[in-house]
Design a protein around this ligand. Structure first.
Ligand SMILES: [Zn+2]
Length: 294
């Protein structure tokens, strides 16, 4: 899962070179939550390079990856590195290895996510370094969108591979399972402190003003929080759907499902801060609860 369906209609070229060290092959998995599809990156300057993320495992991806390798002078893959275990990032790993032979697959291990795939995961953690000719990647632990999420600094450029934490267009979904808005905001602050020159997102185009984009993401969440607090003040105790209707007046109702996910993530954060309280519907699902200010 990645971003809200505001990115429908955006298209990107299948293959592109974004810097001397970074080429992109589009995962061929466009959709409601993936926009133009997952960006998979060839990283390095040598004949053998790192592949960061693998798309979803769709048939049409391999020829695109081969073309990206050819056009960038990459003759073989050194290894696979994954930002996290959502299916549109890890799902193509097996087919890449069926085509190119066994490769080391590295990520932050997470039994609940990796267990679905027959992969022997090489464990990464915060601070892990992966090197190839012309490129050094350093892992930054950034939970919030997913519990196993890593971003990677490309040391030679001071740039950042942001995975699903910062996107080229739209905003990041905080899923009900594995998502945590408070963690996510802390991760954004951590990324902002790195002052990345540019950001290579997992979906959407290259971001030229890294710090500006991260600041806009933080402000967007702060605005939403203020609107949700104002809605609960106006409405009194309310179900999530009523808060959505009150806050998202300019958004068509077809998108209110995605908006409910976002509002719920805010309410759970406010609850953990002692600022909102839920009346549980009996199923433990925060999206079904009634909410009020504490
Ligand atoms: Zn994801």
């Amino acid at each position: 899962m990645t971003q809200q369906p505001t990115m429908i209609g955006l298209t990107l070229p299948d293959v592109a070179t974004w810097s001397q060290r970074v080429s992109v092959a589009l995962g061929q998995n466009p959709g409601l939550f993936t926009g133009p599809g997952t960006n998979t990156y060839l990283i390095g300057t040598g004949r053998v390079r790192i592949l960061l993320d693998t798309g979803q495992g769709v048939h049409e991806y391999l020829p695109v990856l081969e073309r990206a390798m050819q056009e960038s002078g990459c003759e073989a893959l050194q290894e696979i590195v994954l930002t996290h275990g959502h299916p549109d990032h890890i799902g193509g790993a097996l087919q890449v290895m069926e085509r190119f032979g066994a490769l080391r697959v590295s990520k932050l291990p997470h039994a609940g996510m990796d267990g679905h795939y027959a992969l022997d995961i090489h464990p990464l953690e915060d601070g892990s370094v992966i090197e190839t000719e012309g490129a050094t990647l350093r892992a930054i632990y950034t939970p919030g969108h997913a519990e196993d999420h890593l971003c990677f600094v490309l040391e030679e450029e001071g740039s950042l591979f942001s995975g699903d934490n910062v996107l080229g267009v739209g905003t990041t979904v905080i899923p009900a399972h594995g998502g945590d808005l408070l963690d996510y905001l802390n991760s954004l602050e951590r990324l902002l402190a790195l002052e990345p020159s540019r950001i290579y997102p997992a979906h959407g185009p290259c971001i030229e003003d890294g710090p500006g984009k991260i600041r806009a993401y933080i402000e967007h969440r702060n605005d939403r929080e203020r609107q949700i607090l104002a809605a609960l003040t106006d409405l009194g105790p309310s179900p999530v759907a009523a808060v959505v209707k009150h806050v998202y007046t300019d958004v068509p109702e077809v998108l209110h499902g995605a908006a409910a996910l976002s509002v719920t993530s805010h309410l759970v954060k406010l609850e953990s801060e002692g600022r909102a309280t839920r009346e549980d519907a009996g199923d433990g699902d925060p999206q079904h609860a009634r909410w009020r200010l504490s």
